[in-house]
Design a binder for this molecule. Sequence first.
Ligand SMILES: N[C@@H](CCC(=O)N[C@@H](CS)C(=O)NCC(=O)O)C(=O)O
Length: 216
Amino acid sequence: MTPIITAFERSPDGGKGLARDTRVRWALEEAGLAYEVRPVSFAAMKEPAHLAVHPFGQIPTYEEGDLVLFESGAIIFHIASHHAGLLPDEANARARAITWMFAALNTVEPPILDLVTVKFVEADRPWSKDRMPLVVDRIRHRLRQLAARLGSVEWLDGDFSAGDLLMVSVLLRLKPSGMLDEFPGLAAYVARGEARPAYQRAFAAQLAFNTARPTG
Ligand SMILES: N[C@@H](CCC(=O)N[C@@H](CS)C(=O)NCC(=O)O)C(=O)O
């Protein structure tokens, strides 16, 4: 059964690949799975039909027969659990790769999301300028720690895994800020992720999706 994912009808980033359908597309490509994409407008996202699939009115979602999932991490974990290539077979290595999935989403992504919030959502608040350096410092702190752990190895723990897929996806959100360039080891790690053929296919697919259709 071909899975169906949802994506922004038109991503606010215009196809830079920062919307979270890209990471799901990437996992599907790594697993060698075909998939369909259902576009959802911002308005439709908050309507009952979509809320029945995603309680928080967001993308991405994943439908496969009777199974309906939301949360990019849960979707990627599902794909990785059922297809080779994204999680190691050995139990402890698998548990460590899953730990990195959580670390990406729970420890590294939140401060990075704060940067987007302070830059775009809170830009007109009087305290926004004071908050920015705090947010940037918190990101730097996490990047320093992550860079120290990664050292000079290729991936976080052995072979490429869903942990790397999520970590690279989360770090990619920093690209427009230039902050990654302060950490050459992390910038190279992200570049290795981007160079994977599966990422390239996912990126191209979301770009085509976001640019090929006329705005409606
Ligand atoms: N934790 C969720 C976050 C989902 C999320 O924030 N999706 C964004 C797009 S990347 C969205 O739908 N934003 C529109 C909105 O929240 O109204 C996940 O990882 O799937």
